[in-house]
Write a new protein. Structure first.
Length: 178
């Protein structure tokens, strides 16, 4: 039994290490498939992006900083549309049930913003936007970032140096860049 547990721990550590070692995606690169779970779906699907989209990566649903950041995107959704944005997607390394509960807490009357569960951290790892948050959140999590994507090509990436703060990834700052 101990060898099974040790083997599973080794596999989990190897997976986390490989996710953390990816180079961060840069402007001009093609976005990898956004295979995540939408809060309305029961299985992982690749989200098809078109036009100009904004992807907001957050370390964790229900955390104070993340819960303070996302309403700016909801409140300014129409302003983003005026600037040509066709969709706003919030992605976190949480399961779809947590993301759905968070969406209901943030927007009890609904929101056009999509909250997506990257429950295995595959998208965060593929883009190199993952960090080891084990001491605080129990495992690897998404960095706090915002990507502006135009027809699957990354136009810009803003990544917070401290994932516990919102200085360059708030909605007003991103709106000014469009």
């Amino acid at each position: 039994m101990a060898s099974i547990i040790a083997g599973a721990a080794h596999t989990a550590h190897s997976t986390a290490a490989s996710l953390l070692s990816s180079a961060q995606i840069q402007p001009g690169k093609t976005l990898p498939p956004l295979k995540v779970k939408d809060t309305s779906l029961k299985r992982a699907e690749t989200v098809q992006l078109s036009g100009t989209t904004v992807i907001v990566g957050v370390p964790g649903a229900f955390t104070g900083t993340c819960s303070a950041q996302i309403p700016g995107y909801t409140d300014n959704y129409e302003a983003f549309k005026v600037k040509g944005v066709t969709g706003i997607y919030v992605v976190a390394v949480n399961d779809q049930f947590v993301m759905n509960a968070w969406k209901e807490k943030l927007a009890p009357n609904g929101t056009p913003i999509h909250l997506l569960a990257d429950d295995q951290g595959e998208f965060a790892g593929a883009t190199g936007l993952i960090f080891d948050a084990t001491p605080l959140l129990g495992g690897p999590r998404s960095k706090r970032y915002v990507m502006i994507v135009k027809n699957h090509e990354v136009g810009s990436v803003a990544v917070e140096e401290d994932p516990g703060k919102v200085t360059i990834t708030d909605a007003k700052t991103i709106l000014a860049q469009l």
